[in-house]
Design a protein around this ligand. Structure first.
Ligand code: SF4
Ligand code: SF4
Length: 338
C-alpha cells in the first residue's frame, strides 16, 4: 500500500507535523511502512523507563488502544528486567541501530539505587534520549532527592537528547518524533531542546480568539460566553505548543476551546510562571503583544479587573461580533530554516 510517506521529504513532513494535519493513524502507518521497507533490519530497540510521574501522559495512549501493540510490533520494547544484567549487550556498537531511550518521570539521585546507576550507564550507550513529560524534561525543578536528568547527566555526555514536555504529552508528539528519528534523524530543536516542528509557534498565534485578543474582546469571568481569555490568566502569548491545531489527542477540543485559559503546561516555568501562577495575568510586556487594548488593560489586572475594565470593555462587548477568525485555523508559520 502506497501512501504519502513513501515520497515524503523531511521538509514536507515537518510542515505536516506543524500544521497538525498528520493524524495519529497516519503517523503510525507511515512509521510502519518505513520500518517494513527496511526488513530484514531488526526491530528498533526502545528502552522506556518510568520513574515517579503523574502518569497523565498515558491519557493520549488510553485514547489509542492499538498504540502499545504497534510499538511492540515494530520496535523491540526492552523491559527493565532485561537491561539490568549487561548493558553492553544492548548496543551492537553501531550507533545507528542502538536503542532509543525514553525517560519519563522523576528518578532518585541516590547513587546506591540500582535504577540511578542503570540510567547513568544507559544514557552513555543510547542512540538518542527522549525526555518525556515535564518531570523528566524540566528536571531543574525536581524536588529534593530526585535527579535533574539534563543538568546532572545529559549535559556531560555526547548522547543527543530532545524533550517532549507538556501535561500531558500528546501521543502524536511521541509518534511524530519516533517517525522523525527513524526517517530523518534528530529533528531541529529550540533553545529548550524541544522539536521546533511541535513547539515553534505560540498558542496565541493559532488560537481561534486571536482576533478577539487584538480587538480587546475579552471574557471577564469563567463561563462568560466565548472570547479571549487573556484577563483570566491565559499563558497563550508565551506558550509554544501545537494544541490549537492538534486539539486534545486528535479530538475536537482543547483547553481554550473548552473555556479554560492555557496554563502554559509545556513551558519550563510551569506551573508558577515566575510567581504569576497558572491563572495570573501576564503583563503586556511579558506577553510581548502590541495590541492597543492589551496595553491599556495592564492596570486592570491587579485585582480590580471587573470594575476598571468596565469603561473600556462595555463598549467593546456591546458591539461585539463574532471574531472573523473564530473556528478557522490561522496560517501556519513556514519552517524557514529547512
Ligand atoms: S490570550 Fe489565550 S484565549 Fe486569547 S488569543 Fe491568546 S491563546 Fe487565545
Ligand atoms: S493549551 Fe496550554 S495548558 Fe492546554 S495543553 Fe496546550 S500548552 Fe498545555
Amino acid at each position: 500500500m502506497k501512501t504519502v510517506f513513501q515520497h515524503l521529504t523531511r521538509r514536507d513532513f515537518i510542515r505536516y507535523l506543524m500544521a497538525g494535519s498528520i493524524s495519529v493513524p497516519l503517523l503510525m502507518e507511515g512509521l510502519a511502512q518505513n520500518l517494513m521497507a527496511q526488513e530484514p533490519t531488526p526491530k528498533r530497540p526502545i528502552i522506556w523507563l518510568k520513574g515517579q510521574a503523574s502518569d497523565n501522559h498515558n491519557v493520549g495512549f488510553w485514547n489509542l488502544p492499538e498504540f502499545p501493540g504497534f510499538l511492540e510490533k515494530f520496535f523491540e520494547v526492552i523491559p527493565r528486567s532485561a537491561v539490568n544484567k549487561d548493558i553492553s549487550e544492548l548496543d551492537d556498537s553501531d550507533i545507528a541501530t542502538s536503542h532509543i531511550l525514553i525517560l519519563e518521570g522523576l528518578f532518585t539521585n541516590d547513587p546506591d539505587d540500582p535504577l540511578n546507576s542503570l540510567i547513568k550507564d544507559l544514557i552513555v550507550v543510547s542512540r538518542v534520549v527522549i525526555l518525556l513529560g515535564n518531570e523528566a524534561a524540566y528536571g531543574n525543578r525536581a524536588p529534593e532527592g530526585f535527579m535533574d536528568l539534563e543538568g546532572n547527566l545529559l549535559y556531560h555526555v555526547e548522547t543527543p537528547y530532545l524533550k517532549l514536555p507538556g501535561a500531558p504529552v500528546p501521543a502524536r508528539h511521541l509518534l511524530g518524533m519516533l517517525n522523525h528519528l527513524v526517517l530523518f534523524g534528530l529533528p531541529k530543536l529550540d533553545a529548550f531542546r524541544r522539536p521546533e516542528a511541535l513547539y515553534k509557534t505560540t498558542i496565541c498565534d493559532r488560537c481561534e480568539y486571536r482576533g478577539d485578543f487584538e480587538a480587546g474582546r475579552f471574557v471577564r469571568f469563567h463561563g462568560e460566553k466565548e472570547g479571549c481569555l487573556y484577563l483570566l490568566g491565559c499563558k497563550g502569548p508565551v506558550t509554544k505548543n501545537s494544541c490549537p491545531v492538534e486539539k486534545w489527542n486528535g479530538t475536537s477540543n482543547w483547553c481554550v476551546g473548552a473555556g479554560s485559559p492555557c496554563t502554559g503546561c509545556s513551558e519550563p516555568d510551569y506551573p508558577d510562571h515566575h510567581g504569576l501562577g497558572m491563572f495570573g495575568q501576564l503583563s503586556s510586556d511579558d506577553a510581548a503583544i502590541n495590541s492597543f487594548f492589551v496595553r491599556h488593560l495592564d492596570t486592570i489586572a491587579k485585582g480590580t479587573a471587573v470594575v476598571a475594565a468596565a469603561g473600556i470593555a462595555t463598549h467593546a462587548f456591546s458591539k461585539r461580533a463574532a471574531s472573523p477568525l473564530k473556528g478557522q485555523r490561522l496560517p501556519i508559520l513556514e519552517d524557514d530554516d529547512e
